[in-house]
Design a protein around this ligand. Sequence first.
Ligand SMILES: NC(=O)C1=CN([C@@H]2O[C@H](COP(=O)(O)OP(=O)(O)OC[C@H]3O[C@@H](n4cnc5c(N)ncnc54)[C@H](O)[C@@H]3O)[C@@H](O)[C@H]2O)C=CC1
Ligand SMILES: O=C(OP(=O)(O)O)[C@H](O)COP(=O)(O)O
Length: 354
Amino acid sequence: MIRVGVNGYGTIGKRVADAVAAQPDMELVGVTKTSPDYGAEGALRHGYDLYAAIDDRAAAFDEAGLATAGTLGDLLDAVDVIVDCAPAGVGERNRPTYEAHGTPAIYQGGEDAGIADASFNARASGTIRDADSLRVVSCNTTGLSRLLAPLDEAYGVEKARVTLVRRGGDPSETGRGPINDVVPDPAAVPSHHGPDVNAVLPDVTVDTAALKAPVTGMHTHSVNVTLEREPTAAAVRELLRAETRVFLIPEHAGIDGAGTLKDYAADVGRPRGDLWENCVWEESVSVQGRDLYLFQNIHQEADVVPENVDAVRTLATDVSREESVARTNEALGVGLDSLLSDDGSARGQVPADD
Ligand SMILES: NC(=O)C1=CN([C@@H]2O[C@H](COP(=O)(O)OP(=O)(O)OC[C@H]3O[C@@H](n4cnc5c(N)ncnc54)[C@H](O)[C@@H]3O)[C@@H](O)[C@H]2O)C=CC1
Ligand SMILES: O=C(OP(=O)(O)O)[C@H](O)COP(=O)(O)O
């Protein structure tokens, strides 16, 4: 069993904790909280051992009546891998503590690439050996890497140009914005996403421009890729359909945006309505000569979660990438496109004429 701890139990941390706990080859030793808020109560309700992220705040948990199993140092000494899910930039401040305990660490995409031995995406990263730390690239970068890797393998990417309409904040982030504007963020090109894709796919040329919009549900990408060899739209659809972490949204599903996507995820029983897959509109996949166009949505709270699980196996075992992805997908139920058959019937239903 790989013993795993999660330091920082917010949007990403709580999902990574659940995903780790669902893996047959992993044990979630515990999670940390900085304060005894509703998240700390939620962790205990899930049955997770709670550790104080900051030593001198441990008493606050006792005063609130929330039992802790120790502090971060205790957790670090009890695990094989710590997954840092603290706010962007705080991971860098946590790094010396992990190193002092000799605990291999996984960081998130809000940290600079230099924080870890390698940046990681299960589909796109090359072979990684002997790393003591990994950085799972950001949600948008994860979505782009999953898309560009198979396109590059099949057709060669001459140049990708992507406009990212980013959600302003997560649903729980009441203080975020914008609330009445669409803001170039950053105004200059490229946004960090293109260079970040190159941290896992160094040979793919990609320019990214980003905006923020007053929505919380998902990011939306408008993608144009000039390919080296001319594809057909049908062939690209089949290529993407074969990717386990891409959901090709069928036209007949009547899913027209983030609202219906999230509604669908809830309908099919996804925890927290999470969409771990890139969500690509099938009818948006269009080809003009060597230019491919498509729209995809990325659930920012969810797509990096299976990647974190694979990053844990990469650090802690010799399990191959393909095997890890298969195990993670199986344990979580990743692979939403298999839920709708071509005739629109749900998985598990016996077709009427059988
Ligand atoms: N929310 C998103 O859409 C995505 C976030 N990321 C990245 O994941 C990381 C975490 O982001 P979120 O989960 O959104 O943040 P969050 O703010 O929802 O959660 C962070 C948690 O860490 C706790 N924390 C604060 N200081 C801490 C410390 N010193 N030690 C331990 N825990 C501490 C906070 O109290 C909070 O519970 C960031 O690097 C972010 O860029 C990556 C992909 C998507
Ligand atoms: O990693 C994310 O986005 P990003 O890929 O645009 O950096 C998450 O959505 C967090 O972004 P935020 O920095 O807007 O909270």
